[in-house]
Design a protein around this ligand. Structure first.
Ligand code: ATP
Length: 494
């Protein structure tokens, strides 16, 4: 698409999301709030459908995974034990003239890319590798003064104002504080700690046996200093996380299992296999992880992380044992006198990032045979906010009454829309724009044959179906069941 090339596609996407009630800037009437967004009437439906798909894939397909809904506020010792108070930092550099804040790693990498691709005096490969490996080494050693020197040596200037007047590189803790008289609380930066702190409760109340998982969907908060990519990087966002507790010696088996299963889950959405990359982390792991990989997606601004799969080993439970003085252990099957702290494999997916992945790869501009253009959102039908629309062709001859009856009979089973306000062409265009997979039109033939016109969103093909078959057609075309059955068959026998 031409807009994509010009970089306009992303603006078009943001505008479409707002015009059609998917995503609004938060507090817009007061000028908005940086990196915070609200989901509108269709956005919330799409989000809920994504959550249902993930939730059922975790807790229904896997008998040994149960759910949890833990609170956002937790005891502040949780964050001491988890390492977030000391280590959950972002390192930033400010330009004193433009007053803009940058991530120093990104600044250097973008400079290198520019020097390699766009600059007239191209940088050699060996120079590029030399810079990137020095950057890597300095990061590993937490040597931020060397990264600062590197920025000076390379003469990197602020891309906005051209100034080289930089501050030192400083750490910022990314957790939001909530002031309390007895000491600060924190808004959770990941849902996982609610899972670790409820590990004993769930194990005991459900008599869970290793291996087992705990899944949770919920809000997380991070004070992202540089957030310029719509809902990709927000300060308040939602995560869908699952912690899988295992025998330490089975770490690699389950790590490989979850990498495979999670990638398959994403590919099943049919957004295009070429849009995914599984990238193993060789270095720069989160402070709690021993091995990790990301499922990256090709967003309108390039490949970026969508989901992380990590082995957290016994990092969290071990530290919670120390801080809480409670035993967070499992007794060995063979020798009940011996106990161990299980290892954990985590899958952590950002709901908003998946929303953006689905929305961006489904939004299309299509040229029609008559020369007109339509905007269509080809969302996987089982995730579409609205499953079907019901229209009368004209507002007379008893057609609206029949259409309304069909709508009322089916509205409890499916999320439907009844509309009669515009011409049929305009009604179809609106449903295309919000991604409704099926439209049913009641016309004069309905009076004679009890049949209606069914129109498919993706192909625009139309066929006649009997009124009694409408429900079955909606179920077949838009139900979640078929995909869950398929995923269930794919999941390896545990
Ligand atoms: P990034 O490197 O992009 O900042 P991360 O490695 O810090 O992400 P994790 O801590 O692994 O992310 O969090 C797990 C998932 O939560 C991410 O894969 C992403 O989908 C989502 N996520 C993390 N931060 C944000 C954010 N600020 N806004 C939206 N989603 C986020």
């Amino acid at each position: 698409m031409k807009e994509k090339k010009n970089g306009h596609f992303f603006h078009f996407l943001i505008s479409h999301a707002k015009t059609y009630g998917f995503v609004f800037p938060s507090s817009e009437i007061y000028g908005g709030l940086n990196a915070v967004y609200d989901y509108g009437q269709y956005g919330v439906e799409l989000k809920n459908n994504i959550k249902e798909y993930w939730w059922k894939s975790m807790t229904q397909i896997h008998e040994n995974i149960v759910g949890l809904d833990s609170s956002v506020l937790m005891h502040s010792n949780v964050w001491k034990a988890s390492g977030h108070i000391d280590k959950f930092n972002e390192f930033l550099i400010d330009n004193k003239d433009s007053k803009k804040r940058y991530n120093p790693e990104k600044l250097i990498k973008e400079y290198v890319t520019f020097m390699q691709k766009k600059c007239s005096k191209k940088m050699s490969h060996s120079k590029k590798n030399e810079i990137l490996s020095r950057l890597d080494q300095s990061f590993k050693k937490n040597d931020f003064s060397d990264i600062r020197v590197l920025i000076d040596e390379l003469n990197i200037y602020d891309p906005i104002c051209g100034s080289k007047n930089w501050t030192n590189i400083r750490p910022f803790n990314m957790m939001f504080k909530v002031k309390e008289e007895k000491g600060d609380l924190f808004l959770r930066p990941e849902t996982a700690q609610g899972i670790f702190s409820n590990f004993l409760n769930i194990k005991k109340s459900n008599r869970m046996k290793i291996p087992f998982g705990i899944a949770q969907i919920g809000k997380s908060f991070r004070n992202e200093m540089i957030a310029r990519q719509f809902i990709f990087r927000m300060r308040e966002f939602e995560q869908m996380e699952m912690q899988f507790f295992i025998l330490p010696k089975e770490e690699m088996k389950w790590y490989e299992y979850w990498k495979k299963i999670r990638l398959k889950w994403h590919l099943e959405l049919n957004l295009g296999n070429e849009k995914y990359k599984l990238r193993d982390h060789e270095n720069k792991l989160a402070h709690y992880a021993s091995i990790g990989s990301d499922i990256e997606f090709h967003f309108p601004f390039g490949f970026r992380e969508m989901e992380g799969i990590h082995s957290r080993r016994d990092f969290d439970l071990k530290n919670h044992e120390i801080f809480s003085k409670k035993k967070l252990r499992i007794f060995c099957e063979k020798n009940k006198l011996e106990s161990y702290i299980p290892y954990v494999i985590e899958t952590s997916l950002g709901l908003d990032r998946l929303f953006l992945a689905i929305f961006s790869s489904s939004l299309k501009k299509e040229k029609l045979k008559n020369g007109n253009q339509r905007i269509v959102l080809k969302i996987p039908p089982y995730l579409s906010p609205i499953k079907a629309a019901i229209f009368p062709l004209v507002q007379k001859d008893g057609l609206p009454e029949i259409a309304k009856k069909i709508f009322n009979d089916l509205k409890i089973d499916y999320r439907l829309i009844y509309d009669q306000k515009k011409s049929i062409g305009k009604l179809y265009r609106r449903q295309d724009a919000i991604g409704t997979p099926l439209c049913f039109t009641i016309d004069h033939d309905t009076l004679k044959s009890n049949t209606v016109t069914m129109r498919y969103r993706d192909t625009m093909l139309q066929k006649r179906v009997h009124i009694n078959n409408i429900s079955k057609m909606i179920e077949n075309e838009t139900g979640l069941k078929n995909i869950l059955i398929k995923l269930s068959k794919q999941s390896i026998n545990q």
